[in-house]
Design a protein around this ligand. Structure first.
Ligand SMILES: [Zn+2]
Length: 325
């Protein structure tokens, strides 16, 4: 507790009491640098994001077409609607390459400020790999994808709280992609959900049916690693239209003194940003921490992720969104 010098010594007790209260309030206001304002913009909480990550991982495996995926989708639709987003679904079907059976796929699109025609896309895949095929012990075991799957989704869930109050010219769409890795055999294709989204987007634009334009996009994937180290992804850093997106994000990180964003390229990753950029022509970069020893193993669990890492990524992304002019 702070000691506060009370002015008005010698005043009657009641007056003295109120003077003391006023002085304490004034002191607190000065300590905080400003009065606690009800209209303060919402902050990103790593702890809340971590709780989201755990809730999703606790649903168990969530590969495309599974009951775990259905439960996750219901949870997300409820969460984003309650946060004030407009949730649209984009369903499609593929045929499983082994069984020949149809598998139902569904991307989710969460719109914030749908009236703003100048938009930014923030994406994450929300399916998990059917098997932990890089696990040295149990490659057919249980894969819950706490980092590879849940972490990007958890950051979007927490960012949702700040979206209704987002000022500025840009609207934001969160896109949750299905089937980024519906991969059972080595030659199975990746990124089915983002491919479908990108083709629909390109077709709508060709027909003149798009009432808005994405100025750019960002994919968040594997952003919960306890030992967070986000190098720039090679494609994103070298394509001329995505390079400025990369620079703007890493510049925000540098300004916030976030050392975990390393301003140099390292890995080349084939992620959902590739179809978005190549097919939909949305300049999209990938924010991914690819140095994760538990990648595609049974050990990709919540204990290898942290609230601090999610908070770091979330704060950078929120500040970056707020700086869009
Ligand atoms: Zn993966």
């Amino acid at each position: 507790m702070l000691s506060v010098r009370v002015p008005g010594r010698g005043l009657p007790v009641s007056r003295r009491f109120f003077s003391r209260v006023a002085a304490v309030m004034l002191a607190l206001a000065v300590i905080n640098g400003r009065p606690a304002a009800a209209d303060e913009p919402p902050a990103f909480s790593g702890d809340r994001a971590m709780a989201h990550l755990e809730a999703i991982a606790n649903l168990g495996p969530r590969p495309s077409g599974s009951t775990g995926m259905d439960r996750q989708r219901a949870l997300l639709v409820k969460h984003f609607r309650e946060a004030g987003g407009t949730v649209r679904s984009q369903a499609f079907q593929i045929r499983d390459r082994r069984t020949g059976q149809p598998v139902r796929m569904e991307n989710l699109i969460v719109e914030w400020h749908p009236d703003r025609v100048d938009r930014v896309l923030l994406g994450a895949h929300y399916d998990t790999r059917p098997f932990p095929d890089r696990d040295p012990v149990d490659p057919q075991g249980v894969f819950v994808g706490a980092n590879d799957g849940a972490s990007g989704v958890a950051v979007l869930m927490e960012l949702a709280g700040a979206m209704p109050a987002l000022a500025g010219p840009v609207g934001v769409d969160f896109v949750l992609f299905d089937a980024e890795e519906y991969v059972v055999a080595p030659r199975d294709p990746y990124c089915l959900g983002s491919n479908f989204f990108a083709r629909e987007h390109a077709a709508a634009r060709q027909k003149g049916d798009l009432p808005y334009l994405y100025r750019c996009g960002v994919i968040l994937d594997m952003v919960g690693d306890k030992n967070l180290e986000i190098w720039q992804e090679q494609h994103s850093a070298s394509w001329p239209d995505t390079r400025p997106v990369v620079d703007s994000i890493w510049n925000v990180a540098a300004r916030l003194n976030v050392r975990e964003f390393v301003p140099r390229p390292k890995y080349t990753v084939e992620d959902d940003h590739v179809p978005l950029r190549m097919i939909a022509r949305i300049p999209t970069c990938d924010v991914i921490d690819f140095d994760y020893p538990q990648w595609h193993t049974t050990q990709d669990t919540a204990e290898h992720c942290s609230a601090e890492s999610l908070g770091t990524v979330g704060r950078v992304m929120l500040e970056w969104l707020r700086e869009q002019k």
